[in-house]
Design a protein around this ligand. Structure first.
Ligand code: FAD
Length: 153
């Protein structure tokens, strides 16, 4: 099996799309991610997976906190921006919850402090303990076989 076959197989799992956000020395940072899952209700825990080359990794390691922002189907441009797929610079205005930047009008902002972490292969799994949640109505942005799609239209 080569890497392409592995990637193609993983791409068969349809997901939503999130932007992970954090802040370090008053500077907000965002990164698109679809490796996200809910882990536990009591205590309330979620999981994200951050690649070893992502700038986000050191930022969460240092800040000890992050937010998961689940994107709506009209936020594809934000997903592309925070994945570095759009080259032009863009000023993003964040909302703030408990001194953490979050994406405006996302379906959900899930604010977490790092509960624990585990380096696994070339990624770090962060378990976040959820401290605040804001939800909005709307339909989710979906990602399948490397492409964005709308699921409820
Ligand atoms: P950068 O590449 O520096 O930042 C990403 C982009 O966000 C840049 O364009 C930057 O200018 C912009 N940006 C950051 N902060 C701000 C700010 N404050 N204001 C304005 N712009 C800002 N990678 C993973 O590790 N895990 C995943 O689960 C994952 N899932 C993905 C899912 C999808 C659908 C896609 C498309 C990509 C995914 N990636 C994932 C890849 C990841 O999004 C990219 O590798 C990303 O570029 C890594 O970001 P970075 O932290 O290195 O920072």
């Amino acid at each position: 099996m080569d890497d392409r076959a592995f990637r193609n197989a993983m791409g068969k799992f349809a997901t939503g799309v999130t932007v992970i956000t954090t802040v370090l020395e008053d500077e907000a940072h965002g990164m698109t991610a679809n490796a996200f899952m809910s882990v536990s209700l009591n205590p309330r825990l979620v999981l994200i997976s951050i690649g070893e080359k992502a700038k986000m990794l050191d930022k969460i390691n240092e800040s000890g906190k992050f937010a998961v922002n689940i994107l709506s189907d009209d936020q594809k441009d934000l997903s592309m921006h925070f994945a570095g797929q759009i080259k032009e610079k863009r000023q993003i205005e964040f909302d703030w919850i408990n001194e953490l930047p979050v994406i405006k009008n996302a379906l959900t902002n899930i604010v977490c402090k790092v509960h624990s972490k585990q380096i696994v292969g070339d990624h770090t799994l962060f378990i976040g303990e959820v401290t605040d949640i804001v939800t909005c109505e709307g339909a989710p942005l979906a990602f399948y076989e490397g492409k964005y799609s709308k699921v409820f239209s």
